[in-house]
Design a protein around this ligand. Structure first.
Ligand code: ATP
Length: 293
């Protein structure tokens, strides 16, 4: 298992490039508690890191930031200064007062605008990578939270955590290994849109109940307050949820702001069996098995 902040020791030593896995996340429950004066929402969410990952290769350069983006899910991802990985590099080089630069290559595998935190994972991988390439002892967490509410989770670099506040109050959570089926119908949903569409606020998540249920093999119900509003806007997502509910997967929900939905399988073979059936029935959907990691 390669940690996201562990450079690969394989092919790149000649060019002094290092390779990082930027793993996706999903939300096993997301309660929206209310809107704050600063425009953010207070949330309570159980975030789980997945083995689904983008691959980032960082090569030190004399100056500037060069970015290339390619891969299965790269369509529509910017390769200019608006890319979150580029923003992360700029933020680190400025904050650490590093005069040198970096070339970043991103191989996208994580669906985009899909509730899987792909951009945030890439940004965190860049922060970790640059902290190794140009070590200064800088605390990465405040930089992460400047880049986005989910970047803090990825910089923390743990398999699962409860996230409160706007995502900055993170507490490690211990969960058993979980197997998922992920389904995305190919619609892009922005987090901004999802928070605007929230229909009702809730109380804190019962994280103790959720973790106890998962540990004893009984998948509890967990809410996602972003789901009802988004499902009303995108019937394709309602269709995905219905198809997942029609299987014997448990805990079927949308992750984060969507559009990806998931169900929990008994084990890897069970997940793969359902993936095969869904691929056969819905050729246009992105369907994949994943596990917590
Ligand atoms: P979150 O769950 O954190 O809201 P998400 O998974 O829903 O994230 P992303 O895949 O991070 O969404 O993409 C959100 C937007 O950010 C997209 O419109 C995309 O064009 C843009 N973006 C910027 N940088 C990246 C990146 N490195 N990878 C993917 N998308 C990026």
């Amino acid at each position: 298992m390669t940690a996201p902040d562990t450079p690969s020791d394989t092919t790149n030593s000649a060019s002094s490039a290092s390779t990082y896995a930027a793993r996706a996340k999903l939300n096993l429950g997301l309660a929206v508690l209310g809107k704050r004066d600063d425009g953010f929402h207070d949330i309570d969410s159980l975030m789980v890191r997945l083995n689904l990952a983008d691959t980032l290769t960082l090569t030190p350069t004399d100056a500037g930031i060069q970015l290339t983006v390619h891969g299965d899910t790269a369509a529509g991802v910017p390769s200019d200064a608006s890319n979150l990985a580029h923003k992360a590099a700029q933020l680190y080089l400025d904050a650490a007062d590093v005069a040198a630069g970096v070339a970043i290559d991103i191989h996208k595998k994580i669906p985009v605008a899909a509730g899987l935190g792909g951009g945030s994972a890439d940004a965190a991988a860049v922060l970790h990578g640059l902290a190794e390439l140009y070590p200064t002892g800088l605390d990465l967490f405040p930089l992460a939270m400047q880049l986005g509410s989910d970047v803090g989770f990825f910089v923390l670099d743990v398999p699962a955590a409860r996230a409160r506040g706007r995502g900055e109050m993170l507490e490690r959570v211990y969960l058993p290994n979980l197997h998922f089926v992920l389904v995305n119908p190919g619609v892009a949903v922005s987090a901004k849109e999802a928070y605007k569409a929230v229909e009702a606020y809730s109380d804190e998540l019962d994280v103790r109940g959720i973790t106890a249920g998962l540990t004893s093999g009984q998948v509890p119900d967990f809410p996602n307050d972003l789901e009802p509003g988004i499902v009303r806007t995108y019937p394709q997502i309602a269709e995905v949820l219905a198809a997942l509910a029609d299987t014997d997967l448990q805990g079927v929900r949308m992750t984060g702001s969507g559009s990806t939905c998931f169900g929990i399988a008994d084990d890897a073979a069970h997940a793969q069996k359902i993936v095969d059936a869904l691929v056969e029935a819905y050729a246009d959907w992105w369907v994949q098995a994943a596990r917590s990691e």
